[in-house]
Design a protein around this ligand. Structure first.
Ligand SMILES: NC(=O)c1ccc[n+]([C@@H]2O[C@H](COP(=O)([O-])OP(=O)(O)OC[C@H]3O[C@@H](n4cnc5c(N)ncnc54)[C@H](O)[C@@H]3O)[C@@H](O)[C@H]2O)c1
Ligand SMILES: O=C(O)C(=O)C[C@@H](O)[C@H](O)[C@H](O)COP(=O)(O)O
Ligand SMILES: [Zn+2]
Length: 373
């Protein structure tokens, strides 16, 4: 039996650009076959970071070779700081230097940093090459590898330069998560919990009972990845370019992205940690605006804290700028429309909604209070 026979497959229904997300333990060693079946007679560039490359590039390269796909590796430094113009140039020019044609493929082997950067390089090299996501962090398996948001950060803010460019295939080998650090595993868990908090209270309740199985690699892990991918695939198919409901996937991100920018996209706060704090703040701010009960914020914080995630501004090491500074950063959010703020707020666990025209003075007063907590 090939690994693909015991795989969960989730379809992202985007018409003639539809693609599969393959989920299962051990898929990396058959990745070449899975790619060759869908994208025959291609050559590939494999972009990875130094940490993931040392652990998993050999398995992928062997599998590509066995399937008749010649490949060249392109390695970047690990971490959020690589999502920048300089690394984008290095990766894009390496793809061109390898003389890959438009019909060839670029493979992202790594977490969300590698995936977002590689996807953007694939979107602009030769005006658009096909690409395959092989996500290796929990966060990238449940979120960033799906949906086609690609891009980089700038000093002005998070993901402010990029393109929508869908992958042709996503291969999520849940076994490779065994080598992920506990901190990065927990960070990815924040985006898993997000799907429950947006519109699936039963999933959030299930997570409260079963989160340990996800971390330890039991069958709960595949269930959580597949449930997350199904939820994301549904939203993306309905609103690929975020003209409406896709913005719900930004729950916790308006606060979280401002915190990532304020900490210089450094190891002080990784993306999933910013999202965890941001989701708690979104529930607390919703309660402050009388949109939900304060108990919802207490429940969300209790769960994320029990998993080991940061949940408060005071959990960010090294201090934060004042509320006015954070508001400047929030003002760069891509959901800002005609100068007014859009937040994802909530009527309770699993009842998130898009709130337009949120008063900046109320947000700033709330942040001032939380910074003093
Ligand atoms: N495009 C989207 O829809 C989307 C969605 C969510 C997040 N993102 C972006 O994703 C990024 C965060 O992704 P991330 O959390 O995966 O971060 P990451 O890519 O930095 O990976 C986290 C760390 O784990 C290491 N790593 C990854 N897989 C590993 C493995 N199997 N074994 C050992 N180490 C491994 C990496 O080397 C890195 O040091 C952010 O830039 C965020 O903005 C994008
Ligand atoms: O796919 C989406 O849409 C998301 O919002 C998923 C988020 O988890 C992710 O962090 C995304 O990159 C944020 O998008 P942005 O448009 O706010 O930069
Ligand atoms: Zn995110």
């Amino acid at each position: 039996m090939t690994a693909e026979a015991s795989t969960t497959s989730v379809r992202v229904a985007l018409g003639d650009r539809a693609y599969d997300i393959l989920i299962g333990r051990g898929l990396l060693q058959d990745a070449g076959q899975a790619i060759a079946k869908r994208l025959p007679k291609v050559r590939a560039a494999v972009v990875t970071d130094a940490t993931v490359g040392a652990l998993h590039l050999g398995t992928l390269t062997d599998s590509l070779t066995a399937a008749g796909i010649p490949s060249v590796p392109i390695e970047i430094a690990p971490g959020e700081a690589s999502k920048n113009f300089a690394t984008l140039e290095v990766v894009t020019r390496a793809i061109l230097a390898a003389r890959l044609e438009r019909g060839d493929i670029v493979i992202a082997l790594g977490g969300g940093v590698v995936g977002d950067l590689t996807g953007f390089a694939a979107a602009i090299a030769r005006r658009g090459m096909r690409f395959v996501q092989i996500p290796t962090s929990l966060l990238s398996q449940v979120d960033s590898s799906v949906g086609g948001k690609t891009g980089i950060n700038t000093a002005e803010g998070k993901n402010l330069v990029g393109a929508f460019h869908q992958p042709d295939l996503v291969i999520a080998d849940t076994g490779v998560l065994d080598t992920l650090s506990p901190r990065e595993f927990r960070a990815g868990y924040a985006e898993v919990a997000k799907y429950g908090l947006i519109d699936d209270p039963a999933f959030f309740a299930w997570l409260e009972q079963n989160w340990q199985g996800i971390l330890s690699g039991g069958p709960e892990r595949e269930h959580a990845v597949a449930t997350s991918c199904r939820a994301k695939a549904k939203v993306v198919a309905a609103d690929e370019h975020e003209t409406g409901e896709r913005a719900l996937l930004n729950l916790g991100h308006t606060f979280g992205h401002a915190l990532e920018s304020a900490t210089g996209y450094s190891q002080r706060l990784v993306h999933g940690e910013g999202v965890a704090i941001g989701m708690v703040l979104a529930h607390q701010f919703s309660a402050r605006m009388n949109l939900c009960s304060p108990d919802d914020g207490v429940r969300v914080e209790a769960h994320l804290r029990s998993v080991g995630l940061p949940t408060r501004l005071s959990d960010v090491p090294g201090g934060l700028p004042d509320a006015e500074d954070l508001m400047q950063r929030i003002g760069q959010d891509k959901k800002v429309s005609r100068g007014t703020l859009t937040f994802i707020l909530t009527h309770g666990v699993g009842q998130a909604f898009i709130a337009k025209d949120v008063p900046p003075a109320a947000v700033q007063a709330f942040l001032t209070e939380k910074l003093a907590d």
